[in-house]
Design a protein. Sequence first.
Length: 236
Amino acid sequence: MKRILKTIFFIPMLLFRIVLHIIWGLFKIALVLFILLAGLNIYAQNSDSQLAKSITLTENEIVSYLANDNNNANTNNLSTDDYSYYTGMKWPSDTATIYIASTNQTLRSAYEDAIANWNNTGVFTFTMADDESSADIVASDASDSNSSAAGLTETERNALTNQITHATITLNSYYLIENPYYGYTNDRIVNTAEHELGHVIGLDHNDSEISVMQSAGSYYGIQQTDIDKVQALYAA
Ligand SMILES: [Zn+2]
């Protein structure tokens, strides 16, 4: 009797042990991976090295990929802006006047920070205009849920000389301020303002490296590559 029972249960017990063994193995692999990724993440958050930056970039891409898979309205899918661009367009010199028409305090100070950050690069200088009508650039905001972008930059130019004559920036407060779902921190709002000013200066999108001109997400402020591009544009 005992022998029969043993024979009957031998196969199921063996299968059970094998399954248990596999699950335990997978758990160990997951644990090691988790510890490795957590370590990488801590390193990426606390280091300024190029490797750390590319880890952060990859993380953002993975998060963006997963988010897009689940929800099309997610912040990571939100393009930074609509903008007008013509190759080589620029101001007559590396300076322009700007008037901040925005009355929202967060957006005003984001514009002010972004202007100061560009001015600190030394490659382009914004000076404050006294009134809207005399300014080269008008920086304002609007709440537009129909637009799928966090900003809009319209640049007028002389088609013959390719020189910019006037520009308007409109930050979309619907995404940046009013709707916490899109997760815009103050840093990312400033990055967005720097991005729009980048278009106004004459920069195109740059999705091939870490740049303030990446077309979506607004995860980065002004980088050396952006400074180099402005310098090259106005040296030409
Ligand atoms: Zn843009």
